[in-house]
Design a protein around this ligand. Structure first.
Ligand SMILES: *Cc1c(COP(=O)(O)O)cnc(C)c1O
Length: 393
């Protein structure tokens, strides 16, 4: 029978992989209302606490009064307005690149950049734990597609020996489900030896990482000779929405000409660009947000170690607790929820089979007391979960 959707849905449910959308009935922030329940949340990507910042909201409001609401048309027709242009210039300056190009979402920026740069006869090499949008982009490009072992320069080097045509090495900067950093200095050196370009999607690095929030490129001190294509998204630490690609003048001109997800879509609302300009200013000037966030990360990791939780090698606000089995990950998430805490379980296919986890994320908006509350709840729930697993073999 064609389109047997109920069978696919039943199968997903039986595998503990069924997805449900929690209904958020409040703005983003540590304290939220979800499905009628007040909860302390540790799962948003609003790492600096800017999504509901009064100054960003005011910039949005003032922007809408000046520029109206809708983008009106695509950038190449009549949708490229002054706030978009100013945001691009500010992002270029922020990243230390000659130009930046604004996209409506990070998914589109990744599809656009990869498919504009490579096609049939070329090669694309991706870390096997890259974000889905990067993997989709590589497949869609029509280039020879190969995944190297996670963060493994030797595995990359082996594949670089077999490439044809223009070659693009693509990696997350901060891995979105693990929180670890790409080993960019050695990946970039390997790529350079093979005349390949490097594209880094630093969706989770901009804001939390680098002395001024400039992300992984700033963290490692890498310029345009190392990372030719630098992608950032605005929906995470910036607290707004959209994304950008930063690089050379030729790169940006090529994207304007050839990146279909840039060309064939309406520009984002100009007022949104006004809000992003304001959040960029806060991200750059309010260093206390980054400093407080890193103090929370340290406190959480120390506390988790005391409890005996299996943490990953992450110095970023992404602090996953790996459980393995999807059902048990759901159970732990549910127990925390009964105690007033919201931490989402992340299951395959978002993460590899057998590596379901609770993806704890911290934000500068959290207080030390709130992180301690999470640790207390984990100290209560975790031994029970592992104890039951032992009892049930
Ligand atoms: C969230 C994310 C994206 C997608 O960005 P959106 O603006 O949400 O579409 C792309 N890459 C990575 C690594 C991400 O985490």
């Amino acid at each position: 029978m064609p389109f047997d959707l109920s069978a696919s849905l039943a199968e997903r449910r039986a595998a503990n992989l069924y997805r449900q959308r929690p209904l958020l009935e409040s703005p983003q922030g540590p304290l939220v209302m979800v499905d009628g329940q007040p909860l302390l949340a540790f799962c948003s990507n609003d790492y600096l606490g800017l999504a509901n910042h009064p100054k960003v909201i005011e910039a949005w409001r003032a922007g809408a009064e000046k520029w109206g609401v809708g983008g009106g048309a695509s950038h190449l027709v009549i949708g490229h307005s002054t706030p978009h242009h100013e945001l691009e210039e500010a992002l270029a300056e922020f990243t230390g690149r000659p130009r930046a190009l604004l996209f409506s979402t990070g998914y589109m920026a990744n599809l656009g950049a990869v498919t504009a740069l490579i096609g049939q006869g070329d090669s694309v090499l991706e870390d096997r734990l890259n974000h889905a949008s990067l993997l989709d982009a590589g497949l869609l490009s029509g280039a020879r597609f190969s995944r190297y072992l996670h963060n493994d320069t030797v595995s990359l080097a082996n594949r670089l020996r077999k490439v044809t045509g223009n070659t693009l090495v693509v990696t997350d900067g901060v891995f979105s489900m693990d929180g670890d950093l790409a080993d960019l200095p050695s990946l970039c050196a390997e790529a350079r030896r093979a005349n390949a370009w490097v594209m880094v999607d630093d969706a989770h690095g901009f804001g939390p990482l680098g002395a001024t929030g400039g992300g992984i490129a700033e963290h490692f001190g890498l310029g345009m000779d190392d990372v030719q294509v630098l992608v950032g998204t605005l929906g995470k630490a910036f607290g707004t929405a959209g994304a950008f690609v930063a690089g050379s003048d030729d790169l940006i001109e090529a994207l304007v000409q050839f990146a279909r997800p840039y060309i064939y879509t309406t520009s984002q609302p100009p007022a949104l660009a006004c809000a992003s300009l304001q959040s960029l200013a806060l991200l750059r000037s309010e260093h206390w947000r980054r400093e407080h966030l890193h103090a929370l990360i340290k406190r959480f990791r120390e506390g988790a170690r005391t409890i005996g939780l299996a943490l990953m090698d992450s110095a970023t606000p992404i602090q996953p607790i790996v459980i393995g089995d999807s059902g048990r990950a759901m159970q732990l998430s549910q127990r925390l929820r009964e105690r007033g805490l919201l931490v989402t379980a992340i299951r395959p296919p978002t993460v590899p089979a057998g590596s379901a986890r609770l993806r704890v994320t911290l934000s500068a908006a959290h207080s030390v007391e709130q992180v301690d509350r999470l640790l207390c709840a984990l100290a209560e729930c975790w031994p029970k979960l592992t104890g039951e697993a032992l009892a049930h073999g």
